[in-house]
Design a protein around this ligand. Structure first.
Ligand SMILES: [Zn+2]
Length: 278
C-alpha cells in the first residue's frame, strides 16, 4: 500500500473521469489525500472524500497564490479551475473541517515565485501572504489539525515567521514538494516536520540537489506524494499525473536511500498514518 499525501483529484482536470481515476487508485491499494487550494477546491476535496467509505481524504486551505492581492497578474490555472479569493473566510473553512475526512489544513504557506514590479509592492505582497498564513495556522491550532505547507522560494521567511509566531507554529506538519538546500531542509527537520517528495525530484533545478535532500531526510520523516495533475514522472506516458504513478516516487526514494522498495512503501505509509492520524 502507498499513500499519496498530496494530490488534486478535486481539480477540474479530473472532472470528466474522476471516478475512474479513483477506482484505479483503490484497486491498486493507493490512498489519497486531495488538497484544497481555495474554498471551491477544498469543498470538492471534502465531497470526494465523503463519497468513499475509505481511501479518500481531504485537506482544506487557501493557497497563498490564490489570494487576490491585486499585486501580481496571474492567469487562471486551467487544470485547477477558478482560483482567486479576496480574503480568507475563517468560519466557512472551519465549517468544512467538521467532516472527519478533513485531515489537515493546507496547502498554505508562502510563495514568492511571482514577483510584483516595485519594491514597495513586493513587501506588501509578502505581508499579505503572511497575514493569510497567520489566520490559517490559527485555524489549524484551534482544530488541532496538522498542516500541509506550500513554500516556494521563501524558506528563510517561512522559518523566521514560524519562530516569531511560536504560539501558532504547528507541531505536526509537512513541507510538501520540498525544493531547497540542505540547510533549509535541516531547519524543518529540527522543527519535527515531515518532508514531502514528488516528481519534482526528477527535474534539474539550479542549486538544488534532490538526491542529497532525500539522503539527509531520515526515513521516518519522508512522505510520498504526486501533486497530480502536475509533475508527471519521466517515463510515464500520460497527459496528466495521477496518484497511480506514486510508485515512481517511492522507487526513486528507495533507490536513493538504498533500501528495499517494499520496506520504503511500508515506512512512508506509516509516516502518513502517523502525521494525519489515519
Ligand atoms: Zn499542490
Amino acid at each position: 500500500m502507498l499513500i499519496d499525501t498530496h494530490a488534486h483529484l478535486n481539480f477540474v482536470a479530473f472532472d470528466k473521469d474522476r471516478e475512474k481515476v479513483i477506482k484505479k487508485c483503490l484497486d491498486n491499494d493507493i490512498w489519497v489525500i486531495n488538497v484544497g487550494t481555495n474554498f471551491q477546491t477544498s469543498k470538492k476535496a471534502t465531497e470526494v472524500a465523503k463519497s468513499y467509505p475509505e481511501g479518500m481524504f481531504a485537506s482544506i486551505g487557501l493557497h497563498p497564490i490564490n489570494l487576490d492581492t491585486g499585486l501580481v497578474k496571474r492567469k487562471i490555472d486551467e487544470l485547477e479551475g477558478k482560483s482567486f479569493e479576496n480574503e480568507f473566510d475563517y468560519d466557512r473553512y472551519k465549517d468544512l473541517a467538521e467532516s472527519k475526512k478533513v485531515l489537515a489544513i493546507g496547502e498554505i504557506g508562502l510563495d514568492y515565485y511571482w514577483k510584483p514590479k516595485t519594491a514597495k509592492k513586493k513587501e506588501l505582497f509578502k505581508q499579505k501572504q503572511k497575514e493569510l498564513l497567520f489566520k490559517q495556522l490559527t485555524l489549524a491550532k484551534e482544530l488541532g489539525l496538522p498542516v500541509i505547507f506550500h513554500c516556494r522560494v521563501a524558506h528563510q521567511d517561512l522559518t523566521t515567521f514560524l519562530l516569531e509566531n511560536l504560539d501558532i507554529k504547528p507541531e505536526k506538519a509537512v513541507i510538501h514538494s520540498f525544493v531547497g538546500n540542505v540547510d533549509e531542509l535541516q531547519k524543518y527537520l529540527d522543527f519535527g516536520f515531515y518532508i514531502g517528495f514528488n516528481g519534482i525530484i526528477f527535474k534539474n533545478i539550479e542549486g538544488i540537489n534532490f538526491k542529497e535532500n532525500i539522503k539527509k531526510t531520515p526515513l521516518n520523516r519522508i512522505l510520498t506524494e504526486t501533486d497530480s495533475p502536475y509533475l508527471i514522472p519521466p517515463g510515464v506516458e500520460s497527459e496528466r499525473n495521477e496518484p497511480l504513478f506514486i510508485e515512481y516516487i517511492a522507487k526513486e526514494i528507495a533507490e536513493t536511500k538504498n533500501i528495499d522498495y517494499d520496506k520504503m512503501a511500508e515506512i512512508t505509509t506509516e509516516n502518513a498514518q502517523k502525521l494525519f492520524s489515519l
